[in-house]
Design a protein around this ligand. Structure first.
Ligand SMILES: Cc1ncc(C[n+]2csc(CCOP(=O)(O)OP(=O)(O)O)c2C)c(N)n1
Ligand SMILES: [Mg+2]
Length: 662
């Protein structure tokens, strides 16, 4: 691997075809071969990748050899330039995966890859996105993948960069979202420079730190190994349950020139079809649902695509069954008459068969939990209620980080991807429905539709409470925003649970990209960068990306606003500026109550006053259009209109709205 080493690291299957990186390329050997190297490689790489590279790359650079080293040079001659390097080939691999962007904070351990992306690769597919924190790089990727259905790429230092990135990787892991990371590292001690902190930036097993919450990692030692692992990693990340993967790109492998005659190929990229439920089990699940008096469908991280949403509608309509959405993704249209999420307690209590489709915490659906001095729980379903789970969660569980929730006693578990299983479940369900059952279903559906409308009306009257309050009520902000975007092609790219779920309760969501769910691991610092990443994905479709941005969350990586401004990423951020870590304020209040000490000091350590944070100035300092603080509800509508106009011309805008806590 090392530059200047002659000893060959041989593995039996490598013996016939020498590859760059398998052995050190001797200086003399390299100087002889380098003039012909680039052309030789171009003839042997995968045609798909070569085509992509040719389309995007600037004109090939002539091989620049200093005159002094032409011919047979003295051993001590300095080689100052090289032609195609390992990193160029790595960029071919990234292109072959169809990756659009690289999000990265620059770092010398991947300087060759960086340079290959912007020059050899023409800075297009992938385009380099300048990030200001590795947590932003990964959370941007997290948000992007939930819109686009595939990952972008992240480059980071294998040590300090990965350390900064780790919480965001954890969020994506818990959210089962594909994240594709390539981290730089210099494994060979003999080639580590004493400059640039290379020793402190070198690590024996870089991925170890995040292995508990990544699905796969590898440290390729040759370029062919890199190509195979690059495709393997993509495939693993994209197979449900999806999750982050990580490749270590050795800096020597990146920087060394590709040896003459090296035969390199990029494997064909095929993503496996998602696992479908066993046909017998699906038939039995359909039987239970069709025969039930009151079946209930619970969805959480169910739909990945519009087809998934449409199929859920088809299943619910075939059964005229209520649907409860836990909102891990956009699953089921909010205004559909069978959407009973606003009356969860009533439908759960009434159910005799409940099917969870990627319902992560089915236990919490069928139990209530009491956070009191002595924690307790009780079942909230009727005795004898049958539970069915269809989830890819059964195909993948790790031990250390325990995000798998309480064990749920189910009557039937199908270890399969719910979206992939829906077509078979629909077919079986429809096949088993008799005309008599159909009449019963229609009565049930009519009652549910009436209950849906009543619940929507109740939510609307609740939203009108404290309409003119200052700070502005979260319901009013939602209503003002909805009034101005509802005729656009909008996409909510933020979390919504801190905002009392008002948009979900009041607006008409029916498209896959209109809502992307939450953080997964609950790590704060997700929202701001994830919204920028999701807005980046939305940009090419001309969608209006909208975010409700919590103040505490923004303070983790506010500098992502600069990335949005610099790369002209259109995104409307409406601050939920409650001047607090309000969720934590409530926890401290709860403890103060429990200890019978009064809640008047609970703001210590949980509130952001004295001084107030000025988010408009913060955003403006990053080049983002911003207004605020806005605390009079009458000022909100006009400010929204101005900010939306900015976003529609292709830029980010932020409104600092001072709000009620929830
Ligand atoms: C990285 C991280 N640190 C701490 C927490 C604990 N925590 C949970 S909610 C929360 C408050 C977040 O404040 P903000 O984003 O303003 O939302 P609010 O609750 O005020 O609506 C904190 C600090 C966390 N979830 N993640
Ligand atoms: Mg807050």
């Amino acid at each position: 691997m090392a530059r200047g080493k002659k000893d060959k690291v041989s593995a039996p299957d490598h013996a016939k075809t020498p590859r760059a990186g398998d052995a050190g390329l001797g200086r003399r050997e390299f100087l002889k071969g380098v003039a012909a190297g680039a052309g030789a490689l171009a003839a042997t790489v995968d045609p798909l990748a070569a085509k992509a590279a040719a389309a995007a790359a600037p004109a090939a650079r002539p091989m620049a050899l200093p005159p002094a080293v032409e011919g047979d040079p003295p051993a001590e001659a300095e080689v100052l330039t090289v032609g195609r390097t390992g990193s160029d080939f790595m960029v071919d691999c990234i292109k072959a995966l169809g990756i659009e962007y690289v999000c990265s904070v620059a770092g010398s351990s991947f300087r060759a890859l960086h340079e290959s992306v912007i020059n050899y690769g023409g800075n297009k597919n992938p385009e380099f996105i300048t990030c200001t924190h590795e947590e932003s790089s990964v959370a941007m990727s997290h948000g992007y993948a939930k819109i686009e259905g595939k990952p972008l790429c992240i480059f980071a230092h294998g040590t300090v960069g990965l350390q900064h990135a780790s919480m965001a990787i954890y969020n994506a892991y818990c959210d089962r979202v594909p994240v594709y990371m390539i981290i730089g590292n210099n494994l060979d001690v003999t080639t580590r420079s004493p400059a640039y902190g290379e020793w402190a930036h070198s690590v024996q097993d870089a991925a170890a730190m995040v292995r508990e919450y990544t699905k796969w990692d590898d440290q390729p030692i040759s370029l062919q190994h890199f190509a195979e692992s690059a495709v393997r990693a993509y495939r693993i990340a994209m197979t449900p349950p999806m999750a982050p993967v990580l490749l270590v790109a050795d800096s020597e492998l990146q920087e060394n020139p590709i040896r003459e005659g090296t035969r390199l190929t990029i494997p064909k990229v095929t993503v496996p079809a998602a696992p479908q439920g066993d046909s017998g089990a699906v038939r039995e699940a359909a039987r239970l649902l069709v025969q039930a008096e009151n079946p209930l469908i619970v969805v959480d991280r169910t739909a990945r695509t519009q087809a998934g949403i449409d199929q859920l509608v088809e299943l619910a309509e075939a059964l005229q069954a209520p649907v409860i959405d836990i909102n891990g993704r956009m699953n089921f249209p909010t205004r559909h008459p069978l959407n009973q999420s606003n009356r969860r307690g009533a439908v759960v209590a009434n159910a005799d068969v409940i099917v969870g489709l990627e319902a992560l915490d089915l236990w919490a659906v069928v139990n209530s939990f009491h956070d009191q001095v002595r924690r307790s729980s009780r079942s909230v379903v009727k005795p004898g209620t049958k539970l069915i789970s269809i989830s890819a969660g059964d195909l993948y569980t790790k031990s250390n980080y325990q995000e798998f929730n309480r064990f749920t006693e189910v009557d039937m578990a199908i270890a399969a991807d719910a979206e992939a299983t829906l077509p078979a479940l629909i077919e079986e369900t429809k096949r088993q429905i008799t005309p008599e059952r159909k009449r019963t279903f229609q009565d049930r559906g009519a009652k549910l539709a009436a209950a849906h409308n009543a619940a929507l009306e109740a939510a609307r009257s609740e939203a009108a409470v404290a309409w003119d309050a200052s700070p502005i009520s979260t319901a009013r902000v939602s209503a003002e925003l909805w009034a101005q975007i509802k005729n656009d092609d909008w996409s909510v790219v933020s979390i919504l649970h801190h905002f009392n779920w008002w948009p979900i309760r009041l607006w008409a969501f029916d498209k896959q990209y209109q809502y992307i769910g939450r953080q997964g691991g609950g790590g704060i610092g997700y929202n701001a960068p994830a919204t920028v990443g999701a807005a980046l994905a939305n940009r090419k479709y001309g969608r209006l990306s909208v975010s409700i941005q919590d103040d505490g969350d923004l303070m983790f990586v506010p500098t992502v606003l600069w990335t949005a401004a610099h790369h002209r990423i259109p995104l409307l951020s409406v601050m939920h500026n409650n001047r607090a870590y309000h969720e934590e304020l409530m926890h401290v209040q709860r403890m103060a109550d429990r200890h019978n000490r009064g809640i008047d000091r609970a703001g210590i350590g949980t509130t952001f006053t004295d001084p107030n944070m000025d988010f408009a100035k913060l955003a403006q300092s990053m080049g983002v259009y911003a207004e605020g603080p806005i605390d009079n509800p009458k000022d909100l509508g006009p400010a929204l209109r101005r900010a939306i106009a900015v976003v529609k011309r292709g830029e980010p805008a932020l409104l600092d709205v001072v709000t009620q806590p929830r």
